[in-house]
Design a protein around this ligand. Sequence first.
Ligand code: C5P
Length: 205
Amino acid sequence: IIVTAGPTIEPIDPVRFISNHSSGKMGYALVDAACNKGANVTLISGPVHLKNHPESELIKISTADEMLQAFEKINLKKIDYIFMCAAVSDYSPKNKNSQKIKRENNDLKIECTSAPDIIKIIAKKTDATIIAFALETENGEKNAQKKLKNKNADFIVLNYANEEGAGFNSNTNHVYIYDKNGQSVEFKKDRKDRIAYKILDWVTN
Ligand code: C5P
């Protein structure tokens, strides 16, 4: 199986970037659970402060483009499950300044382009079951269902960024899983390591 985890960071100049608060905890917990259950796991991870399970293969990336390149090097025909847990940037700065941008007395505009939607691209190249993740602040179910369809994923795991004890950086999570056949399940607030086993069991059964 492949698990993606953590944030991506999209450079503005040599010292600044656009990123998000993803800690990687949910993805790394999924890797631990999958390794403990005997799966052969490749982890594609953005920069985080976590240790990967010794039995997993770690591919380190920083940008959305690098994550896509990492996928392109893997024979996706051999993969059974892809957990897209990473908080991949939706936008990246159009031009990376080669030198540090200097302070001026006017506003700074950073033009961004759409980053590659990795799930959409890989969904066309694999028969693996794809599990997308949606971190929302409002209209969670509606947004998650839309992404499930739009990204051609088999499952989508929804959690809320603005809920106490869930989402980014928390050691616990509270998730809803929707699938393309209209089934859904809720896993109430629990430690991320336990939620990881519940997600794995739900999508593999
Ligand atoms: O559209 P949004 O970023 O909310 O979608 C979240 C899901 O899509 C996650 O599973 C994430 O890993 C994936 N994603 C992606 N490529 C992007 C952005 C998000 O595969 N550029």
